[in-house]
Write a protein of this length. Structure first.
Length: 358
């Protein structure tokens, strides 16, 4: 009676070989993950250095290093430390926030279209900022707080409207698009009632721009990011279970609603503070996660690579925005849209080809 069962039991050598193979695969994946993160960080750092050295007045790398170590002269400090450094650091930090938030939204809702600039969260942040500026005359930290409040309110409204005993990624995206459209209409109405100069400045900001940014915008964003980035990454521990669906996640012991709300709140807050600092820079949160996932296949949401991809993308795009057209600086959002819009069209065309585009 026991002979067939004994024969069906795998041999210890086979079990050991399988375990060794799994261990090797995990080590390879960890090594690739580390290498990709290091490469992305290096690209972001290279973009930072390029932004500090190249401009209307080129500054040698040795002089840049002298300024960063406190040994530069006053003229070089003004060019590097006051004009270029805060803008470059802000580009890195804004890209990091957008990249991480986009990765969380796409992984949590299991939909490649679930990006904050597609589903209305960025529209909520920009509507809040425009309302605070044009209706109440607020600026600075008050306007930044309004942008954050607008993003959180938009996210809460979308979540509440899409709740039907659970949250479906497709339903969340469709309702988010509708809410975002309404917020854009509100924003446009406010701009039509504003003075011409105010509307022009708001239009540039709404495109997503780092022109004229200084330490005044960087330090508040840094303070918020130091809190929000670790909290969002900590909340992502249950993301793997949530990607399996609510029932499967609950069966594995995950606190489904608590984990989902924590992730959505963290990602939405990141969008709000980044939008407050630089405007709604389009498509960064949309394209950074798929790029990161292709670089580290089999690593799930790839949150850290997505954040680093966003940082490198915004810094490189801002460098291009400053130097592609001689004598003219275009908003960085124009460059990121040139990158992201074709990807969106390709994604929609691909969905239609496989019968998911409606």
């Amino acid at each position: 009676m026991n002979a067939p069962a004994a024969q069906a039991r795998p041999a210890p050598a086979a079990v050991a070989e399988a375990a060794a193979r799994v261990g090797r695969l995990r080590r390879v994946r960890r090594a690739r993950f580390t290498a990709v993160c290091a490469a992305l960080a290096l690209v972001a750092f290279a973009a930072l250095v390029l932004s500090l050295t190249v401009g209307d007045i080129d500054v040698p790398l040795t002089d840049v290093l002298a300024v960063l170590t406190g040994r530069g002269d006053a003229g070089t400090w003004f060019i590097v430390g006051e004009l270029r450094l805060p803008r470059a650091l802000l580009a890195l930090l804004v890209g990091c926030c957008f990249g991480l938030s986009g990765a969380v939204f796409q992984a949590l809702l299991r939909n490649p279209l679930a990006s904050p600039d597609v589903i209305g969260v960025s529209a909520g942040a920009s509507a809040g900022a425009v309302l605070a500026s044009m209706a109440f005359g607020l600026s600075g930290l008050a306007m930044s707080g309004s942008a954050l409040a607008g993003a959180l309110l938009a996210g809460t409204l979308i979540y509440a409207l899409s709740w039907r005993g659970g949250v479906s990624g497709g339903r969340f995206v469709l309702i988010g698009i509708g809410v975002g459209t309404g917020l854009v209409s509100l924003r446009s109405y406010l701009m039509t009632r504003a003075e011409v100069t105010e509307a022009a400045n708001a239009f540039v900001w709404l495109t997503g721009s780092l022109n004229g940014r200084s330490w005044d915008q960087f330090w508040p964003l840094l303070g918020c990011a130091v809190v929000l980035l670790p909290l969002t990454l900590a909340a992502s521990r249950g993301l793997g279970a949530l990607q399996l669906g609510d029932e499967a996640a609950g069966g594995l012991g995950a606190r489904v609603q608590h984990s989902r709300l924590a992730l959505l709140a963290g990602a939405t807050a990141l969008v709000g503070v980044a939008t407050a600092a630089a405007g709604p820079i389009g498509f960064v949160a949309f394209v950074s996660p798929p790029i990161a996932r292709r670089l580290v296949p089999g690593q799930g949401a790839a949150l850290v690579p997505a954040a680093l991809t966003g940082a490198a993308l915004v810094c490189l795009a801002d460098f291009g925005a400053q130097h592609l057209l001689p004598g003219t600086q275009v908003p960085v959002g124009v460059i990121t849209s040139v990158i992201g819009a074709p990807y969106l069209l390709w994604l929609l065309a691909r969905a239609n080809r496989v019968g998911r585009g409606g």
